[in-house]
Structures are given as C-alpha cells and as structure tokens.
Design a protein around this ligand. Structure first.
Ligand SMILES: [Zn+2]
Ligand SMILES: [Zn+2]
Length: 133
C-alpha cells in the first residue's frame, strides 16, 4: 500500500508540474484518479450480449439446416448423446432424415454441430453428404 501511495504521490507531483494552473489537492487528485479508473473500467467492461450458454443443452432442433451441413468435411460433425433433460434418463428425438422420409424413428444422438437429431450410422452420413435426404 505504501509503494502504491508513493507511486500515486509521484504522479500527483508530475500532474502538478504538467498542470501548474490547476489547483488540486492530493486527495482531490486521488478522487479524480479513482473516478477516471472507474469510468474506464466500466467503459471497457460493458456487459456484452453474450449468447446464452445453453449450447450444450438440447432445446428444440433448429428448423432449418445449417449452412455447413454439406461442408464436405464430415469430420467436423460429431455425434453426441442427447443430454439428459428432466425426467427421461435416455432422451430420444426423432431422426431428421427418417422424419423427412416419413419414417418414425427415434435416436438418442444428435450432431454436435448442427444440433439435429440423427440415427447413429447411415442417417448421419446421409444428412451430411446428400443435398436431398
Ligand atoms: Zn452436422
Ligand atoms: Zn434416421
């Protein structure tokens, strides 16, 4: 604290030298300094509109296919188990491909990237390789 005080006092001396016309006491100087700090701190730490951190939670599947669905790089798509939600221990959702094809089939996997439920094997690759699935 003493060292900090010295540093502040030194800058106060400097401030007085640089601004000889401004009559300011050391405590007033400290107050001004503190206010500036607070002002700059709040300036730089605006609460940003961060996207809600619910990206891992399985909400409603997106209605439209993601543009990177057919990125050609299937390696960036990964299946993950649908996270447990509420009471169901093994949550399942209707596979997007099967649903489009008029089949009723549930899967407990979704594409981590697309957030779309897909059967573990073939539907997954169909969804990511075929324009029409
Ligand atoms: Zn995907
Ligand atoms: Zn399927």
């Amino acid at each position: 604290m003493f060292i900090l005080h010295c540093t502040l006092f030194n800058s106060f001396i400097l401030y007085r030298k640089l601004n000889p016309n401004i009559k300011i006491t050391f405590s007033k100087f400290l107050q001004t300094l503190a206010e500036e700090w607070i002002a700059s701190a709040t300036e730089h730490h605006d609460p940003e509109n961060l996207p809600s951190s619910s990206s891992t939670a399985v909400g409603r599947a997106p209605h439209h296919d993601r543009p990177y669905r057919l990125s050609g790089d299937i390696a960036i798509h990964q299946l993950e188990r649908i996270s447990q939600s509420g009471k169901s221990k093994y949550p399942q959702k209707r596979c997007r491909v099967c649903k489009t094809r008029g089949k009723r089939r549930d899967t407990s996997y979704i594409c981590k990237l697309c957030r779309v439920p897909l059967c573990k094997s073939h539907c997954f690759s169909i969804y990511h390789t075929k324009q029409k699935y």
